[in-house]
Write a protein that binds this ligand. Structure first.
Ligand code: ADP
Ligand code: ZN
Ligand code: ZN
Length: 819
């Protein structure tokens, strides 16, 4: 009987692929091992063993596995179970989850090699110039990488050349798998065992009397290694001022020996861990209540107003979990994952904290993976953004999802399109862990679940230190414009408050939800506004770069001085972004330093940190920014927060727009007056009577939830109905229309009389992105309809759809629980 293994490949085709293995391999391989396997004509992939069995595949002949890449599983059984849930619930393949979960450095890259054919006997002079260059290079070196070919012929697109060379029989190509990740090794030095005894050592030092440098090196080494400390070669050189050749001589004489140890790239200075804070009575009460509810419930919501000290409550729960020897997962939205929070947790938990962050290098991520898999002391507490819940936990006891209302927990593109909060809850259940969701403004879904008793609920209604909640004032800018009380985009009220705050040496945060200078540049003569050639949007004017840029695809062009349509030189900007606010601020407050935080100023790994640190150290008084300034920042000295224009948030075409506006404004308002005095917040708007703004200004979270839930119930939205969005995407406008219409018709037929509603197809507000047209169908699913059955039908119609040749170039994408 032959043996087989089902392997997950990092591609969106099927869930698993079957390969043949020898009996010996079968005895070694276990689920979670990586293997290199051939795929297609000449590709090699890193796959993950899912199952080992003896069932011959029916429809094809299984190819053999090339190579086994691990000797212990890289992925745990529990992880695989969780991935299966994700793939099933979010309608994607296991391979897509695999690819999202594994740090790229562990997914061996398959790379094409160009190899010389020794049997080539053709005529050299028949080769074209570029072909000859490659041929010539291959005379010196029998194998070239594609990048090397590219630099030899000084061209990016080398495939046509390679194709010709293959046709002429000069070369053939081959795929090579190579390990990318190399742990960083550090060279250490120590005395050889023979010399450790005191008398031997004394003799040695005597002997070295004539080689003072060598003697000195040894003396320094003793000093450094006192108490059993390990000494690196680098440290010894630094401390003794002795050069490498002296050390080499000592090694050659076999007095010293060197050795290498793996060094973690993410280092934390070995400082003492601090004790956590004594909780105030409100925090204490919440903590006790959470503990009690965990006795019966798996998930508890901590609803605590901004600056109520939720983090300190988490810290207590983490301490308890660590005492029980469990692992902890602490999830945060990407932009709230700041150095402020990281260092706060590292103060308490030192090396036990591991940070998993997309801004970290692939190698750093590999190291964290290893620590979690080992389930040792390091990375016991994993702090990370959404993908951290895909890590190899084996002993998870507590999951914290902070800012659980954040929409960025939902992965948008590519698959798997999971919601990290919801997937983390399932992860928690699979591990028998407790899950705490935290927010000052919980999502309607979560609050509803707490209301029905599915989740527990604990509350903190006061800020730490009994600081009052900020005083929020709405300013009617329609009125202010009419009365000529605006300077640029600043009302007299906002300016007065800013003056006062600056006089009292307070700091200010300003929020505007757009970056760049202005979203639209318009010709005064003909009305033309430059558009992106690839997308259906206007180009945003960026003043510092003097460019027009597309925020969807990155297209950019130099700023135009005259209209591209009519040549007129009179152009105007419409709308405004953070750059423009910054320019105005510099004129209005010439004596104050101003900082800007948006995705243009925070590129690179430490971009955020630099700005936040400068603000913390009061290098500037006013910080203007996009959403980035609203999340999780804790500055003691911010007394005033200004929102320049709240209206665009409210008018966003999405059924969650109102809920989100409330959350965002409360979050940004929450940055004001966190430590001592009551903070002030000014929200500028054209519509100060808007119910959501009224509720925001009066902190009426419960009223907001009540109203919004009524609307959701009435119009069949979550949490009462589930939504699946189906996206059709393709370059051909007509095909996208036809495909989506065909599919929608199929759905309507299939769901007749089931209570499932089918909306669309409709074009979204931006219907073309990167030259691809998008069209959406929304499926609304009532509780009674059964999500599983609905998904099965969607897939079934999807399979028929994919069999239709006409629609081949229109991709169909399912987005479950669309956000
Ligand atoms: P939240 O996450 O609820 O917005 P934080 O946990 O950031 O609030 O707490 C707000 C501020 O209050 C922080 O600077 C924190 O250090 C401080 N703080 C919270 N609880 C305590 C406490 N029990 N003792 C001392 N300081 C506290
Ligand atoms: Zn014009
Ligand atoms: Zn574009």
């Amino acid at each position: 009987m032959s043996w087989f293994t089902d392997v997950i490949l990092p591609i969106p085709l099927a869930n698993t692929f079957t390969y043949e293995i020898t009996e010996e391999q079968a005895s070694l391989l276990k689920p979670g091992f990586r293997v290199a396997v051939p795929f297609g004509k000449n590709k090699v992939y890193t796959g993950l063993v899912y199952k080992v069995h003896q069932i011959q595949p029916e429809r094809y002949e299984a190819k053999p596995v090339d190579q086994i890449l691990d000797d212990t599983p890289l992925v745990t059984g529990q992880q695989l179970r969780h991935w299966e849930w994700i793939s099933e619930y979010y309608m994607c393949t296991l391979g897509e989850v695999f690819r999202a979960a594994i740090p790229p450095a562990l997914l061996l890259e398959s790379e094409t090699l160009v190899v010389r054919r020794d049997d080539y006997s053709g005529n050299e002079s028949a080769l074209k110039d570029d072909e000859w260059l490659v041929y010539e290079a291959l005379q010196h070196q029998s194998v070239l990488k594609v990048q090397e070919v590219s630099s030899i012929i000084d061209r990016k697109h080398v495939l046509p050349v390679l194709k010709r060379l293959i046709d002429k029989g000069v070369i053939h190509v081959q795929e090579e798998v190579y390990e990318q990740y190399k742990p960083k090794l550090v060279r250490y030095i120590r005395l050889k065992k023979e010399y450790e005894a005191d008398e031997v050592l004394a003799g040695l030092l005597d002997e070295l009397g004539r080689a003072p440098k060598q003697k000195e090196a040894l003396l320094h080494l003793f000093q450094l290694s006192a108490g059993g400390a390990l000494v690196t070669v680098k440290k010894l050189k630094e401390a003794s001022g002795i050069n490498s050749s002296v050390i080499k001589t000592l090694i050659d004489k076999e007095i010293l020996e060197d050795y290498h140890l793996k060094q973690d790239r993410i280092q934390h200075e070995g400082q003492e861990e601090k004790d956590s804070k004594q909780l105030n009575p409100y925090q204490e009460k919440a903590l006790v209540s959470i503990r009690e509810q965990f006795e019966e419930k798996d998930v508890v919501l901590l609803h605590g107003v901004t600056a109520s000290g939720k983090t300190e409550v988490y810290v207590k729960l983490i301490e308890e979990a660590l005492e029980r020897g469990e692992q902890v997962l602490y999830l945060l939205p990407e932009i709230a994952l700041t150095t402020q929070l990281i260092s706060r947790l590292k103060d308490y938990f030192g090396e036990k904290v591991g940070v998993y962050h997309s801004r970290y290098s692939v190698n750093e991520r590999v190291e964290i993976w290893g620590h979690i898999l080992d389930a040792g002391e390091k990375a016991r507490v994993v702090l990370g953004a959404r993908s951290a819940m895909l890590l190899p936990f084996s002993n998870l006891g507590l999951v914290i999802v902070d800012e659980e209302h954040e929409v960025s927990f939902k992965q948008f593109d590519p698959a798997p399109r999971y919601h990290a909060r919801d997937a983390a809850i399932v992860l928690g259940m699979q591990h028998g862990a407790k899950v705490l969701l935290g927010s000052a403004t919980p999502s309607l879904e979560t609050y509803y679940n707490a209301g029905t008793g599915k989740y527990g609920l604990a509350e903190i209604t006061r800020r730490h230190g009994d600081v009052l909640m900020p005083d929020i004032e709405l300013v009617d800018i329609k009125d202010k414009y009419r009365k000529k009380r605006m300077q640029g985009h600043f009302s007299d009220r906002l300016l007065e408050e800013m003056q006062e705050c600056l006089e009292e040496k307070g700091q200010i945060i300003l929020f505007q939800n757009r970056r760049g200078f202005a979203p639209i540049l318009e010709c005064n003569t003909c009305g033309h506004a430059p558009q992106c050639p690839n997308c259906d949007v206007s180009l945003t004017y960026h003043k510092y770069k003097n460019q027009l840029r597309c925020h969807y695809c990155g297209y950019h062009m130099a700023m135009q001085l005259s209209c591209l349509a009519c040549g007129s030189s009179e152009t105007d900007t419409k709308g405004f972004g953070t750059e423009q606010v910054e320019v105005e601020l510099k004129e209005l407050f010439p004596d104050h330093q101003i900082g800007r935080m948006d995705s243009d100023t925070t590129r690179g790994k430490h971009g955020h940190e630099k700005i936040i640190t400068k603000f913390e150290q009061r290098e500037f008084d006013i910080l203007i920014g996009t959403q980035m300034v609203t999340k999780g920042l804790d500055f003691a000295n911010v007394k005033l927060v200004g929102v320049l224009q709240a209206d665009s948030l409210l008018n966003y075409p999405d059924f969650r727009a109102h809920e989100r506006t409330y959350q965002l404004l409360q979050q940004v308002a929450g940055r004001a007056g966190r430590s001592k005095e009551r903070g002030k917040v000014i929200i500028q708007t054209y519509d100060p009577l808007h119910q959501i703004l009224q509720q925001t200004s009066m902190n009426q979270y419960h009223d907001m939830v009540g109203d919004q839930l009524n609307e959701r119930r009435l119009f069949h939205y979550p949490p009462f109905y589930r939504l699946i969005k189906i996206v059709f995407r393709g370059r051909d406008y007509n095909r996208v229309n036809e495909g989506s219409e065909w599919y929608a018709k199929g759905l309507r037929n299939s769901f007749k009389g089931t209570g499932v509603e089918v909306l669309g197809p409709e074009f979204p507000p931006v219907s073309r992105i990167r030259n691809q047209y998008h069209k959406h169908i929304i499926v609304k699913i009532p509780q009674k309809a059964g999500l599983k059955q609905v998904k099965a039908r969607l897939k079934k119609i999807g399979n028929s759809y994919e069999a239709i040749a006409n629609f081949r170039n229109v991709r169909i994408i399912f987005n479950v629980d669309n956000y």
